[in-house]
Design a binder for this molecule. Structure first.
Ligand SMILES: *Cc1c(COP(=O)(O)O)cnc(C)c1O
Length: 498
């Protein structure tokens, strides 16, 4: 299985190279040259398997130059029982007649990013051993909150790898900030950026492409890579849980093998929903992919109109991991919808860079709409959804998940489509205690996040997970903030110590 770049198809690499490099040299993203199929007999077999066995089947077909035993070792290390609480790794919770929440936040940092970021460092180490060039890998991450912590946790003290995380100073929740500022490990560095997520992401891309910086790394026998969802190794593990959720529905006799389902995903960088699209392309019976945006509804608009336009106000919301105006992974979808026309993709991406907008052809738009539906939920609707789910089902959900539930409910009443729908639940509600408590209508006098969480525990009867509650006692290690034009200074600092 070979991978090619969305901006230059002649750039072809193996799975391990795609994972090590993260981004193609000319700025394109790696996509598989051919998608493996998922047949009904294979699905039938997987119904009887556990999560790790299912993952082994799906990953094996994509990771051509990894041996089955290498993949198995990566999986067993990543989804270890000590890291993922409970017996199931990604459980489904049924709410109402047709709605199933796929809880993807049982990992070490309480957000769905753990599903991929526990696995990616293991892939990288295995891939690096194959290349055998002895270079230290420097992972650069721009984060809207959850990726940063999940990556730090995944890469912490992994030999041969160093990780530098940039987050927008005003764009993450206090708990997210504390999770990163208290990160342990000798190979980690965390820097706050004075700007928003797009500034942080743009700055990281510039560092990647800066010849002086690359030369400096070369001299130090180091090489950059990425743990953002532009890295194929981030997307791939996400395909697994959609396949697994489908198998669970069959196993639990909620659907018959072959019945279609919908998938609804709260979307930011378009990684998580793109994984569901790949699952559909492989043959998983998915009817509609419902893309849910928050008030930053650039994606919902794109799917409705065919025009992607980032020239609009940027809002800071209670679902910060979706406060994004440039959704990097959309480039992969465009490549597929445009018959793998790399020159055309390059042109659209140039236009996005220079003018902040582009429009796809009518044909591409109709292909897009054949697979995708979309909608957005504003702050009031999101809060009302948290409250409604709690009052109706005694189920506490976080604001990102609530965006998706809200969009799904509007989709359902607009279309009358009563296909059973899996909604990605992307974070534990205790990661955002203030927003959740406010949504439940509680007056908040406290300013301390842990006091607020305690109040939420009292009200809901649920418990704050230990890995969040324990942050209170941890020493803060990283407090520095940098202007968005000085991210290089942060990098130099990060590479100095150790
Ligand atoms: C990252 C994140 C999202 C958005 O996922 P994408 O893959 O960027 O679309 C949604 N919810 C939470 C909690 C997240 O951390």
């Amino acid at each position: 299985m070979q991978y090619q770049s969305t901006r230059d198809k002649s750039q072809q690499v193996s799975a391990s190279q795609a994972i090590l490099q993260g981004l193609s040299a000319e700025g394109g993203l790696f996509v598989p040259k051919q998608l493996p199929g998922l047949s009904e007999p294979q699905l039938e077999r997987m119904v009887r398997q556990d999560y790790i066995q299912r993952a082994q089947e799906v990953l094996g077909s994509f990771l051509g130059d990894f041996s089955p035993s290498e993949i198995e070792a990566c999986l067993k290390g990543a989804y270890d029982e000590k890291k993922f609480s409970g017996s199931q790794i990604a459980p489904l919770v049924r709410l109402g007649e047709n709605m199933y929440l796929l809880e993807l936040w049982h990992g070490p940092t309480c957000a769905f990013k753990d599903m991929a970021l526990q696995l990616l460092p293991r892939f990288m180490t295995a891939a690096s051993q194959k290349s055998g060039d002895g270079k230290e890998i420097v992972i650069l991450v721009a984060t809207s909150g959850d990726t940063g912590k999940a990556a730090l946790e995944g890469f912490c003290d992994v030999p041969g790898i160093r990780i530098v995380v940039f987050y927008p100073e005003e764009g993450v929740s206090p708990l997210q900030k504390l999770q990163m500022a208290t990160q342990e490990g000798n190979n980690v560095f965390v820097a706050a950026i004075q700007g928003n997520f797009d500034d942080a992401q743009g700055g990281v891309k510039k560092l990647f492409c800066n010849p002086q910086v690359t030369a400096m790394l070369q001299e130090q026998n180091r090489v950059f890579s990425s743990a953002n969802s532009i890295n194929w190794g981030r997307l791939l593990p996400q395909i697994v849980y959609y396949v697994s959720a489908y198998c669970d529905l069959v196993r639990d006799e909620q659907i018959a093998l072959g019945d279609p389902i919908n998938v609804c995903v709260p979307t930011g960088n378009f990684g998580n929903i793109l994984a569901a699209y790949y699952a559909k392309q492989m043959g998983l019976p998915i009817h509609k992919l419902i893309c849910a945006s928050n008030k930053n509804n650039v994606l919902a608009d794109f799917i409705q109109t065919g025009t992607y336009d980032r020239n609009r106000p940027f809002y800071t919301t209670t679902s910060p991991s979706m406060d994004i105006l440039i959704s990097s992974n959309l480039e992969r979808l465009l490549f597929h919808l445009m018959d793998e026309d790399d020159a055309a993709v390059r042109q659209l991406m140039e236009r996005l860079k220079n003018e902040g907008r582009y429009t796809v052809s009518r044909q591409v738009l109709s292909r897009l709409q054949a697979d995708f539906d979309s909608g957005f939920s504003d702050e009031e609707e999101t809060a009302a959804t948290i409250k409604r789910l709690f009052n109706t089902y005694s189920y506490l959900c976080d604001p990102h998940t609530a965006v998706a539930v809200s969009v799904y409910e509007s989709y359902r009443s607009r279309t009358g489509d009563d296909t059973k729908t899996v909604i990605a639940s992307t974070a534990n509600p205790f990661k955002f205690p203030q927003a959740v408590l406010a949504a439940l209508g509680c007056e908040i006098q406290q300013t301390d996040e842990f006091e607020i969480a305690r109040k939420l525990e009292e009200l809901s009867g649920s418990k704050m997970p230990g890995q969040l509650a324990g942050l209170r006692e941890k020493p803060v290690r990283f407090i520095e903030s940098f202007s968005k034009d000085h991210m290089e200074d942060a990098l130099v600092r990060a590479l100095q110590n150790g």
